[in-house]
Design a protein around this ligand. Structure first.
Ligand code: HEC
Ligand code: HEC
Length: 215
């Protein structure tokens, strides 16, 4: 079965649960025993039935448009899932999926992916001495672009809980995010909008390639 069918089925299941829960809340005196489908979902089940298709079960996605989640800080992952729900971070793919998650699912999924071991990547062209490295480590002083390392750490490990891990992330995904910050499509990080607004496409591509090889 193709993925969207599974997601729809899951969405249906979850909304049925919500309806059942609402019924139960109306009649507290005769509260029925929770049925099996109402039991708290275990994170691994959700991961394997929904997230793994795009992010892999270990969070090291193979498709480069899909971010690697392995080893990312849990607080950051949870914030993104809530921002997809509220629409602060627009994503036609993640918004309908995030809409089916309860706050408890979000906490568990974030903890699950944070605990996975990240696999490193390699830069295509932006190794030592490259434009990508110069931007990451020193910023672009003439344009007022600060060094990425100042907030994301010298090796891209990030600084919990505010600054996400970047190292080893797929360059294609990072390019998409920097452009989404710049256009305002991703409106959940005012700091990043200011920074990305000052960057050209060429600079975005260079620093994203460098980040893919950071470890
Ligand atoms: C159909 C493919 C697909 C599925 C299934 C999917 N994702 Fe995603 N996910 C994406 C894409 C694409 C993005 C990037 C969205 C964007 O462009 O902002 C993303 C982004 C994310 C992000 C943001 C990561 C970051 O670094 O900011 C998180 C967190 C996330 N997904 C978690 C999940 C979880 C948890 C599940 C399972 C419940 C899931 N995803 C299922 C495709 C998918
Ligand atoms: C002043 C601090 C600061 C600096 C400097 C900074 N960032 Fe960020 N960045 C952030 C914050 C905060 C977030 C988290 C946004 C959120 O919570 O959604 C972020 C998020 C990101 C993301 C999204 C990660 C993901 O998984 O989706 C990328 C990509 C990124 N930054 C790249 C860069 C690059 C490249 C530079 C240097 C040109 C840079 N940042 C400089 C603060 C900073």
């Amino acid at each position: 079965m193709k993925f969207p069918a599974i997601a729809l089925m899951l969405a249906g299941l979850l909304s049925m649960n919500a309806a059942t829960a609402a019924e139960a809340a109306k009649a507290p005196a005769a509260k029925p025993e929770p049925t099996k489908s109402e039991a708290p979902k275990d994170a691994a089940t959700l991961v394997n039935t929904v997230c793994a298709a795009c992010h892999n079960a270990d969070g090291n996605s193979v498709i480069t448009a899909n971010p690697r989640l392995a080893g990312q800080h849990a607080a950051y992952l949870a914030k993104q899932l809530r921002d997809f729900q509220s629409g602060k971070r627009a994503s036609p793919v993640m918004a309908p999926l995030a809409a089916t998650l309860t706050p408890q699912d979000i906490t568990q999924l974030a903890a699950y992916f944070a605990a996975q071991k990240p696999k490193g990547g390699t830069a295509k062209e932006n190794g030592p001495g490259s434009l990508g490295e110069r931007i990451y480590r020193g910023g672009l002083a003439a344009k007022g672009v600060p060094a990425c390392a100042a907030c994301h750490g010298p090796n891209g490990a990030g600084i919990p809980i505010q600054f996400p891990r970047l190292s080893g992330q797929h360059a294609e995904y990072t390019v998409n995010q920097l452009k989404a910050f710049r256009s305002g499509e991703r409106a959940n990080a005012p700091m990043m909008k200011v920074i990305a607004s000052k960057m050209t496409d060429e600079e975005i591509v260079a620093v994203s390639d460098y980040i893919q090889g950071l470890h």
